[in-house]
Write a protein that binds this ligand. Structure first.
Ligand code: ADP
Ligand code: ZN
Ligand code: ZN
Length: 754
């Protein structure tokens, strides 16, 4: 009998390795990637697992037999298994956590017969519609039919209409006019499988969109030509100013890719952007596309998965997790707004989408195109070094001018007697816009009816004494609260820095600003877009549609309003407080600030009227604010890259964050130190002096306690990432490390070290 290597479907580091089982002959041919039921442990409990390799022999004696094949669906392809191994190694997750990225958790099976006739259920809580497919007993459909008696016409018809992706009972009935009894007979014969999922519907299917081709301008044409000429799998960085027509370039590259019989993955940083891109893609290609994002329900997710897997879609659009779409013939990966930090997962597995894309490129030989008006320091650095290929769109389409940016120093507003959060210039601008029936976007970096407390005389921000984060004012309790550690305090009556009494909770949340604006402009229609107001399914689409149709004057919101949108009638953009991202203790704070201002400014003046941007700030001299006034990306890059180089921050190094959390303050510090010591001794034993130098001391996290858990961490700033990954992986299996009680967090190049 042949031997299958099987990962047990349990999230447990102690069994995070494949186990050998015999494949009973009647289950042959069994494929790599299949899901099986196996007896596990001393009690031989039936449990499910994933076959990752098939061999002729095993180095172990007395193997157990596989009990049953759950299905040959959903089967992972060999490349996906390869990716899972790579994820485990690169992001220090469990193998099964990586597998779960590739299979929607809602993909639930029912009624799997095990050897002794008992039923093995894989959690089927959401049964509504029955689905059927061939059981996987044979490879050829003829073999199934051979099992039937000659007069079993209905059964034969059913088998003929089924394949190895599920079809709903309605579809099967429509085609065969069969009864449930006939289906049951086939299930009993082991020829077909039945499973259930909740009712699904594709919200975009029936709509008619139209997005005709734009005649390419010279820059766009050059970019498309460079792509067509590329013979090797290539990574491109498309650096195009806001409104330069990046999407048009993407659509042309997709067309090329599809012409060559390959599929495209199109990633956007946030769900709010999907509907605009869906309309453009469907409007151009006139076909259904796969859509993956977090607002899909379980059933929709499964449906998408099925359709992509069975090659019904050659375009898949989605947020971060769409990088795990089960597309077997990827030809092109588009990462739009590639600088956005939503592309980095801050939950296990803590992957970086661009890095995953590069691994996919190695396997599939596909092209990658990263697009942005404000590329990440990392991507631009590699483009300058010519590791990746730089394409540039330096002008807006149709010679539309870049918007005029005015920087307002809010300190002067106060001197002039204006105590509100909106500068006089911004008030005037909004008023004029409402009168002219033109639209305004206002961007504010905080949500909720709360704000941080700061001095309007000197700009001093009240921060938590335990943490390097600003305290948040809460209207209801009239106190300041630290959102990380829960520390509470009263609002000081005088500024601790300059002694002024102009210290107030005057920064304002989106909700509060909405109320203020409504008071000031009673006739204006205002839409708000932030995480709070966008919880309902379809909320994004509604707001965006309304604003596009000109039914509102002002769109007010958090980060969500800053990127990607192409509203033609927006002529004014206001940034309420540009410094809010600067005050974060993070080496990326300046980069983030420059990106946000440039991006939101880019929403202005995209039609035939000139756009204007008003940026309110207390630090008008800061280079990330000053340089955004002249849309000077390269100037900003030069300044920022020299700082990164001096500090040896990425892209000159990689940062490995190793953190520990525990309810007990002593335990967590000891665990962190213990890990650090073990790591150090491995490095010293290996005489890896270069690596020792890159290791920093354990420290208390700046946000000392979150949710009652204390936090310690240390970082490694390294130019030997792969070597370190090996060492950390091997270390995680050592008994001393397995014994550690605290929760361990390993994060490679985290968005922030907090
Ligand atoms: P970006 O993503 O670079 O900010 P978009 O892709 O949203 O810009 O394009 C901005 C607008 O310009 C869109 O309305 C698009 O239809 C239009 N456009 C794109 N290419 C051209 C072109 N070559 N000529 C005219 N209009 C174009
Ligand atoms: Zn705190
Ligand atoms: Zn002050």
């Amino acid at each position: 009998m042949r031997v299958a290597q099987i990962f047990i479907n349990q999230l447990n580091i102690n069994i995070d390795n494949p186990y050998d089982y015999y494949i009973p002959t009647e289950m042959e041919p069994l494929d790599v990637g299949s899901r099986v039921v196996i007896p596990f442990g001393i009690k031989n409990k039936s449990i499910d697992g994933l076959v990752v390799k098939i061999t002729e022999t095993s180095e172990y004696k007395r193997l157990k037999n596989i009990e049953g094949i759950i299905n040959h669906y959903p089967k992972l392809s060999p490349w996906q298994i390869q990716m899972c191994y790579w994820m485990r190694q690169s992001y220090h997750c469990l193998f099964m956590e990586a597998v779960n990225c590739y299979i929607p958790s809602s993909l639930k099976f029912t009624k799997v017969k095990t050897k002794d006739g008992s039923q093995y259920n894989l959690n089927n809580s959401e049964q509504k519609i029955k689905y059927y497919m061939l059981s996987g007993k044979y490879i050829q459909k003829e073999d199934y039919i051979k099992d039937l008696r000659a007069n079993a016409i209905k059964q034969r018809q059913i088998l003929e209409c089924l394949g190895d992706t599920p079809r709903s009972i309605d579809e099967v009935r429509e085609q065969t006019n069969c009864t449930s009894d006939t289906l049951k007979t086939l299930i009993d014969k082991g020829l077909i499988q039945e499973w259930s999922k909740i009712n699904i519907r594709n919200p975009y299917k029936k709509k008619e969109f139209n997005y005709p081709e734009n005649h390419l301008n010279t820059y766009q044409q050059e970019s498309v030509d460079a792509f067509v000429k590329a013979e090797e799998p290539t990574t491109f960085l498309l650096h195009g100013v806001t409104g330069s027509g990046k999407t048009e370039v993407f659509l042309r590259l997709m067309e090329e890719t599809i012409k060559n019989g390959k599929g495209c993955l199109y990633l956007v940083p946030e769900i709010s952007l999907t509907s605009q891109v869906i309309q453009r893609i469907m409007g151009r290609f006139k076909q259904d596309i796969g859509i993956i994002h977090s607002h899909l329900n379980a059933g929709e997710r499964i449906d998408q998965w099925n359709n992509i897997k069975s090659k019904n879609y050659n375009i898949v659009l989605g947020a971060r997790s769409a990088i795990f779409a089960p597309m077997d013939n990827i030809g092109l990966i588009i990462i739009d707004e590639e600088h956005e930090n939503t592309y980095k997962s801050s939950q296990r597995p803590r992957y970086n989408t661009i890095t995953v894309a590069k691994k996919l490129q190695e396997i599939h030989g596909c092209h990658i195109i990263l697009g942005s008006a404000t590329p990440s320091m990392d991507s631009y650095y590699h483009a300058i070094k010519q590791d990746i290929s730089l394409l540039e769109l330096p002008e807006r389409v149709n010679h539309i001018p870049m918007p005029k940016v005015e920087i307002v120093d809010m300190k002067h507003e106060l001197y002039a007697g204006n105590r509100t959060v909106l500068s006089r210039a911004l008030y005037k601008g909004i008023e004029k816009n409402i009168k002219n029936k033109e639209q305004t976007i206002l961007f504010l970096n905080k949500r909720g009816y709360s704000s941080f407390v700061f001095c309007r005389n000197c700009g001093f921000v009240v921060k938590c004494t335990n943490c390097e984060v600003s305290m948040t004012y809460h209207q209801s309790s009239r106190e300041m609260l630290c959102h990380y550690c829960g520390h509470k305090t009263m609002v000081p009556s005088k500024c601790p820095k300059c002694g002024s009494d102009k210290i107030k909770h005057t920064g304002s949340g989106t909700q509060k600003l909405e109320i203020q604006l409504q008071k000031h402009f009673p006739d204006a229609v205002i839409l708000r877009m932030d995480t709070d107001s966008m919880r309902k399914k379809g909320a994004y689409d509604q707001v965006i549609q309304k604003f596009t149709d000109g039914e509102a004057d002002i769109l007010l919101g958090t980060q969500m309003v800053t990127k990607g949108f192409d509203f033609k009638n927006v002529t004014l953009v206001g940034v309420i407080l540009a410094d809010s991202t600067l005050n974060i203790p993070d080496f990326k704070a300046s980069e983030r600030t420059f990106q946000l201002i440039t991006q939101v400014a880019g929403r202005a003046g995209r039609g035939d009227k000139l756009g204007e941007v008003i940026v309110q700030t207390y630090e008008p001299e800061h280079y990330s604010i000053a340089l955004s006034q002249s849309h000077d990306y390269k100037g900003f890059y030069e300044k920022e890259i020299s700082y990164r180089k001096m500090m040896n921050y990425p892209p000159f190094s990689d940062i490995i964050f190793i953190g520990f959390t525990n309810e007990n303050e002593d335990v967590v510090s000891k665990d962190c130190e213990k890990y650090h010591k073990e790591l150090l001794s491995v490095l010293q034993e290996g005489k890896l002096d270069e690596l020792v130098k890159e290791l920093y001391q354990p420290t208390l996290s700046p946000i000392k306690r979150i949710n009652n858990k204390y936090r310690w961490y240390f970082i490694i700033k390294t130019i030997h990432l792969e070597l370190y990954n090996d060492i950390i992986y091997n270390l995680s299996l050592k008994k001393e490390i397995l014994d550690i009680d605290s929760t361990k967090i390993i994060d490679i190049n985290p968005n922030t070290i907090l």
